[in-house]
Design a protein around this ligand. Structure first.
Ligand SMILES: NC(=O)c1ccc[n+]([C@@H]2O[C@H](COP(=O)([O-])OP(=O)(O)OC[C@H]3O[C@@H](n4cnc5c(N)ncnc54)[C@H](O)[C@@H]3O)[C@@H](O)[C@H]2O)c1
Length: 469
């Protein structure tokens, strides 16, 4: 490592004395190898992609943990096969399979952990890993509740660790360009923002029939702090599945609907462009439910779009349904619209550039270059935002080595998760409220503190507060 873990620990302990490090962290200071060892916790569809990427980084993948046997065994096989074909990258036979993440976290030789379980597990596993001296790449949305988001932000600082949230749009040039154009005043003063993604979470529904569960899945551990519900193969599919399981994402008990799923990307880009990474909205305006919404019991009778988050400067961010662009910034002089592989800029009456699909003439790179050349010239280009090198996972590894904060650090990921949950909460509770972005709580006399935590508490003490001591 550029700054060795040993030197970092020495510096950290001196700079923040009387800072008491967990004993496990001191044990790691004796690590002789500069190449960090990495573990994966949760090896579903997203982690398989991440694993493919991290294997090419300067890390040794030494542990794969999943409560599903087929997936953890498949993960270990993939690691071994990769190292067999790429002996310069690592040694086959060194990667072990685990069912219980606590055994992984207890290993003193592991430096980095990737958490890609369903959302309801993120905060507990992340904090447990941070507390044991590991740096964490945790998927988005960083947490399942607002209380957990605050706990992760605090724990990352308390244990002096590096955290990267998997909101990887921040590592794509089209989003960086959009945020830089907005932050440099190229569309004038921002008046409003649209974020376009699907609806909120839904009430949990058990399957009508009993679904037999094949052996090899610890479903109790899959449910974790959530209630132990009836097994459902759509919730926790078996085998090495090749599709994103949408059921847990949309379920009140495990996710926060599209507000947490796509909101964690598009709301995150809005925060970036609005320069709100260390703040947030001050008011949440609820959406009016249509008669169709009210009649749909499966969706909980909830509105599906229309919530508005209002910032102290009067800018309103509105949630609309999925559309061509994920985030659209409107300013007094123009608009900037962005999505993955899509970009458009309008200035006054002039369309500066537009690239939406392959059939369009030109390219995404061409469109971005045109906008940058027209507006981000040397004299006007004052605000330069964080540009990762080699992508989001590479940025995490580089930051773990340099001890610099990552592109989507705990505050960025934590505050974006807060936005996701404010949005989802407004639909679920059919309520508007005031918000205090400094204290991360409701403005006096509005909301309900019970909405910031898991409703009904956590099962089996899988509660982030249990990790505070
Ligand atoms: N950054 C992105 O663009 C992106 C894209 C897709 C998913 N994600 C995120 O990645 C995460 C995983 O999503 P997915 O689609 O891969 O879901 P998935 O259901 O396919 O994978 C989750 C895996 O975690 C395992 N798991 C559950 N509880 C566990 C525990 N206690 N210990 C170990 N393993 C456990 C499950 O068995 C499963 O294999 C989610 O947070 C999701 O929001 C991010």
């Amino acid at each position: 490592m550029t700054t060795s873990r040993r030197n970092f620990l020495k510096g950290a302990s001196l700079a923040s004395a009387p800072f008491i490090l967990p004993s496990s962290l001191w044990a790691q200071a004796t690590m002789s190898n500069d190449k960090p060892s990495m573990a994966f916790i949760g090896l579903g569809i997203q982690a398989r992609g991440l694993l493919g990427n991290f294997l090419h980084q300067d890390v040794n993948v030494v542990a794969i943990c999943d409560v599903d046997r087929t997936r953890r065994e498949d993960g270990v096989k993939r690691v071994d096969e990769f190292y067999k074909g790429n002996p310069d990258k690592g040694t086959p036979g060194n990667c072990k399979a685990y069912s219980d993440f606590r055994e992984v976290i207890a290993r003193k030789d592991i430096d980095l952990v990737c958490v890609a379980t369903p959302d309801h597990w993120h905060a507990y596993i992340t904090i447990a890993a941070l507390r044991s001296g590991k740096d964490v790449y945790c998927e988005k949305p960083l947490t399942y509740t607002i209380h957990e988001a605050v706990a992760v932000m605090e724990a990352t600082k308390k244990y002096n660790r590096i955290l990267q949230t998997g909101a990887m749009q921040r590592s794509s040039f089209e989003f960086l360009t959009a945020a830089e154009l907005v932050r440099n005043g190229c569309i004038g003063k921002v008046t409003r923002v649209d974020c376009n993604f699907g609806g909120p979470s839904r009430p949990h529904a058990d399957p009508k029939e009993e679904i037999p569960m094949e052996p090899g899945l610890d479903f109790d551990m899959w449910c974790g702090g959530a209630p132990l519900v009836k097994y459902n193969d759509k919730l926790a599919p078996r085998g090495v599945h090749t599709f994103f399981p949408m059921v847990w994402r949309m379920d009140d008990l495990f996710g926060s609907g599209y507000c947490g799923d796509w909101g964690a990307h598009h709301l995150d880009i809005a925060q970036w462009g609005l320069d709100m990474d260390n703040s947030g909205p001050v008011k949440v305006i609820k959406a009016e439910r249509t008669d169709k919404d009210k009649a749909n019991a499966e969706l909980g009778g909830r509105a599906q779009s229309g919530v508005v988050l209002e910032f102290a400067n009067g800018v309103q961010l509105k949630h609309n349904p999925f559309s061509t662009f994920g985030t659209v910034f409107y300013g007094t002089e123009g608009t900037v619209s962005v999505n993955r592989g899509k970009f458009e800029m309008q200035h006054g009456k002039e369309l500066i550039c537009s690239y939406v699909k392959k059939e369009d003439s030109g390219s995404l790179e061409g469109a971005l270059a045109k906008a940058r050349k027209a507006f981000l010239t040397d004299s006007a280009y004052k605000t330069k935002l964080y540009k990762t090198k080699g992508g989001h996972p590479a940025d995490f590894v580089a930051c773990a080595k340099s001890r610099q904060r990552a592109c989507s650090n705990e505050d960025i990921g934590g505050r974006s998760a807060v936005l996701c949950h404010l949005c989802n909460m407004s639909y679920v509770r059919d309520a508007g409220f005031g918000w205090d972005p400094v204290k991360n709580t409701f403005a006096a006399g509005t909301g309900n503190p019970g909405w910031l935590v898991r409703e009904g508490g956590y099962r089996n003490k899988w509660d982030v507060d249990a990790l505070k001591s």
